[in-house]
Design a protein around this ligand. Structure first.
Ligand SMILES: CC(C)(COP(=O)(O)OP(=O)(O)OC[C@H]1O[C@@H](n2cnc3c(N)ncnc32)[C@H](O)[C@@H]1OP(=O)(O)O)[C@@H](O)C(=O)NCCC(=O)NCCS
Length: 161
């Protein structure tokens, strides 16, 4: 079966509701460190602020003519980009998550050469663990959060030249 291309573009206000609906899906909340549902007005306040924040990178992934999900990188105080990804349920399991994540890593390292990325993944989230491993992330440590085990994955861009 042919594998669709995944294109990334910078998120805009036009996708505010769509990003909320992807991130607020119950299974996406369960996969997150903070598993509480997100109120739309809280999301809109957060999203408006983050669109104008240079430490945030939010991309919309598109495949076969449809927007299929969102990848976000938030730079923490140490300058490490913390990644999260959420695909529409209908788009999962077809290699799109892996391509979207790989594209976001490339785009991030173009903006931050020699930078580092991290992700916290629930240890039962097989698709996500595999997706990050396939993109070159390595298991760095684990942590217990709210009675659940999360694995921290890390990817450091190798210096070139
Ligand atoms: C995690 C997520 C982004 C992965 O994207 P995806 O498109 O479903 O995954 P892919 O099809 O690209 O598959 C990536 C790898 O995981 C494997 N995989 C996919 N679904 C799987 C599943 N349900 N169980 C086990 N492995 C699975 C694939 O076989 C593939 O490995 P391979 O390349 O070695 O064959 C997507 O499932 C998602 O949005 N889930 C909900 C939100 C979430 O959990 N986000 C992660 C928290 S940061």
């Amino acid at each position: 079966m042919s594998q669709p291309e995944v294109a990334l573009r910078d998120a805009t206000w036009a996708e505010a509701r769509q990003v909320w609906s992807w991130n607020n899906a119950p299974d996406v909340r369960r996969a997150s460190l903070d598993s509480e549902p997100i109120a739309l007005e809280d999301h809109e306040r957060w999203y408006r602020a983050k669109l104008g924040d240079a430490a945030y990178h939010i991309w919309i992934a598109r495949a076969d003519g449809d927007d299929v999900g969102v990848v976000r990188v938030e730079e923490n105080r140490q300058g490490v980009g913390v990644v999260s990804i959420a695909l529409d349920a209908s788009a999962r399991g077809r290699g799109l998550g892996r391509r979207a994540l790989a594209g976001a890593c490339r785009a991030y390292f173009q903006r931050r050469p020699g930078g580092a990325l991290e992700a916290w993944i629930h240890d039962a989230n097989e698709a996500s663990l595999r997706c990050f491993e396939r993109c070159g992330f390595a298991r760095a440590r684990t942590d217990l959060r709210g009675g659940r085990i999360f694995v921290m994955y890390r990817l450091q861009e190798e210096p070139t030249g």
